[in-house]
Structures are given as structure tokens and as C-alpha cells.
Ligand binder design. Structure first.
Ligand SMILES: [Zn+2]
Length: 366
């Protein structure tokens, strides 16, 4: 590389010389000869390995694999038929009775894991649907496990879809202010995780961001004989605008306030590392970072520092943005998705939760 700069300078000089006869012509041609001569001495030419698709394949560092992807499924206790989610083209809510078929279709295209979210028929102030024995997730799990026992069933453990107010925990209102109570919420999350494990969940995935819930869930699972049920913790879940379309899919928007007192400030990276360290210490088997693409620095830092498997959740807003751009022919959806997924993996993700899981399974086979 050190020869390139003088060469470029020479070229620029020759370009700026006035064309006033033979002398300037020979100057220009001398410098062109020197340029070629100097270029020939270039030892490092990274472009050599980019000349053909076969060469590029040979040196590619990051490969996507169908087993990297987890498909989110929204199971509704209110529906009899699949219903499209308007804010997320291609995503559906499915009735409990249809979830096993949906899971089978995922397995048929080669996927090995699904992440279940529940939409109960009724919501209340205790989120009782979250831990009911005949709740939507519990029934959905039993149906999936009877039809696809090999499929890894991961369940979202949170209270927001089941609470009438839409917050991820138990709330208390003091005049103008509301509080989401930590330890009271953890008690209900533990009950929820236990009921999922009893219904056949392979992995429970607490997404609430209460303090200490991973330790409490691990302890309760072990005490109840579920020591093989894994925990995928949403360890660094940021309060993000990119969750917008999901709230329509999961019917879980908060009725008042926002989630910034429990989800993380998106400006903080060191705090994310502390959150991940705490969850690992408390017994998380997999740690998740959510959203995905705007947080690649966090993924990389967690990769560098911890030895645990890392999941990322490529969220609804990230999905909807690409869909909208593709819809306007501003970019090619397939190519954009492959680039995004590769970037997530390159940054250090082992597992990617994505609404494109089915399409990716197809694209990667082609
Ligand atoms: Zn929640």
C-alpha cells in the first residue's frame, strides 16, 4: 500500500499540467509509465480473492445455517382461524387448535425451534392467563409436543399479554405515578415458567426485565424436577421504538406510561454487560439481546466477554422497515435479509429469532 499514495499524487499532478506541447505530453506519459511500474510492485491485492463467486465462497467467514433460526408464533385464544397481523405482512396469529399444524409446517421446511407468544381470551390484573393450566401457551405446547415432539419449544415468559394494563409486571398507582413492582412480578413469572415447563416447554424465555427473575425461575424449576428445562433470558432488552408492530401482533400495548423503568436505556452498553453477567450468574443457559441490528456493538461485546450462547431477536419494527422498503421497490427483500442475518451472525449471534425464519429456510436450500 505504501506505493499507492505517491502514485496517486503523480497521477493528479499529470492531470493538472496544462497541455502546452510536446514537453507536457512526455511528462504525462512518463508518469503513466511510473504509475504502472509502481502498481506492479503492489504485493497485497485483496481483490484477488474476490474475482469469482467460487473464490468468494472459499474465503467467506460467516455462513448462515437453517439451524440458526427460531420462528416466533403468536397463539391466540380468541380466534378460530389464522388472522394476518396488518403491521407485519406475512405474520399471522394462529388459533390454539391450529398451532400444532403451524409448528409442523415450520418443522417441514427444516426449522428446529419455535418461540411461542400467547394472546389470552381474557386479561386481568393478576395476569392469571399466563400461568393457567389451560392457558393458551400451555394448551398450545401440549398440542405441539404431541405432534412434533422433536421440535424445540421455547416459550415467552412475560405478563404483558395477560395483564389488563399491558405492563410486564404487577403495577401500583400512586396518584400521578405508577410503579411496576419487581418482586411481586417475579412471583407470577416463576408461576408462569413452571406451568410452561409442566406443559412441555424445552426452554422458557423470560422477557420481562425484572431483577432477579432468572435465579428465582431456575431455583423453582429445579425444585419441581424440571432441571432439564433451559432458560433463554432476555438479558439485555432495550426500551425500543422498534417493538411497535409486535404490540399489535401480541395485543400487548401498555394502557398507560411506558416500559422505560424496567427495559434498558438504549444509550447504555456497560449496563447491558452487567445485565448479561447477572443473568448468567443466576443460571441463564442462553442470553438474548433485543432488538438486533441497532445493537451489534452489544452482541460483539457479549461475544467477547462471555462464553454462553447468544440469541438476538430481530424485532417487528426491523422486519416491517425492510418489508415497507421492499414494497416500494427501494431494495430487494431477499438480498437485504441475507445481509442483515449475516451481519447478526458475524457480530457473534448463535441464534436468531426472526419472522423470516420460514423464508430463510427456503432461500438457504435454493
Ligand atoms: Zn412483557
Amino acid at each position: 500500500m505504501q506505493t499507492l499514495k505517491p502514485v496517486l499524487r503523480q497521477v493528479r499532478q499529470s492531470e493538472t499540467l496544462p497541455d502546452n506541447g510536446e514537453h507536457s505530453c512526455s511528462l504525462a506519459s512518463n508518469s503513466a509509465t511510473r504509475t504502472l511500474h509502481d502498481m506492479r510492485r503492489l504485493v497485497h491485492r485483496p481483490r484477488r480473492l474476490r474475482r469469482s463467486a467460487a473464490l468468494r465462497n472459499l474465503v467467506r467467514e460467516t455462513h448462515l445455517n437453517i439451524h440458526d433460526f427460531v420462528l416466533p408464533l403468536f397463539v391466540s385464544g380468541k380466534l378460530d382461524e389464522r388472522r394476518p397481523v396488518a403491521s407485519m405482512p406475512g405474520v399471522f396469529q394462529v388459533p390454539v387448535k391450529g398451532v400444532a399444524d403451524e409448528a409442523r409446517r415450520a418443522q417441514d421446511v427444516g426449522l428446529e425451534a419455535v418461540l411461542l407468544f400467547g394472546i389470552p381470551e381474557h386479561k386481568d390484573e393478576e395476569a392469571s392467563g399466563a400461568y393457567a393450566e389451560n392457558g393458551v401457551i400451555q394448551e398450545g405446547l401440549r398440542a405441539i409436543k404431541s405432534k412434533c415432539p422433536e421440535l424445540v419449544a421455547i416459550t415467552d415468559v412475560c405478563l404483558c399479554e395477560y395483564m389488563s394494563h399491558g405492563h410486564c409486571g404487577v403495577t401500583r398507582i400512586d396518584g400521578e405515578h405508577f410503579h411496576v413492582l419487581n418482586d411481586e412480578s417475579v412471583e407470577l413469572l416463576v408461576k408462569t415458567a413452571l406451568s410452561h415447563a409442566a406443559a412441555g416447554a424445552d426452554i422458557v424465555a423470560p422477557s420481562d426485565m425484572m431483577d432477579g427473575r432468572i435465579g428465582a425461575i431456575r431455583e423453582a424449576l429445579d425444585a419441581s424436577g424440571f432441571d432439564q428445562t433451559g432458560i433463554m433470558s432476555y438479558a439485555a432488552k432495550f426500551a425500543s421504538v422498534f417493538y411497535g408492530p409486535f404490540r399489535e401482533a401480541a395485543e400487548s400495548p401498555p394502557q398507560f406510561g411506558d416500559r422505560r423503568s424496567y427495559q434498558m436505556d438504549f444509550a447504555n452498553a456497560n449496563e447491558a454487560l452487567r445485565e448479561v453477567a447477572l443473568d448468567i450468574e443466576e443460571g441463564a443457559d442462553i442470553v438474548m439481546i433485543k432488538p438486533a441490528l441497532p445493537y451489534l456493538d452489544i452482541v460483539w461485546r457479549v461475544r467477547e466477554r462471555f462464553g454462553k450462547p447468544i440469541a438476538v431477536y430481530h424485532v417487528s419494527g426491523e422486519y416491517a422497515m425492510v418489508k415497507a422498503a421492499a414494497d416500494k421497490s427501494l431494495l430487494d427483500e431477499h438480498t437485504a435479509v441475507i445481509e442483515i442475518m449475516t451481519a447478526l451472525k458475524r457480530a457473534g449471534a448463535d441464534i436468531i429469532v426472526t419472522y423470516w425464519a420460514r423464508e430463510l429456510a427456503k432461500w438457504l436450500r435454493e
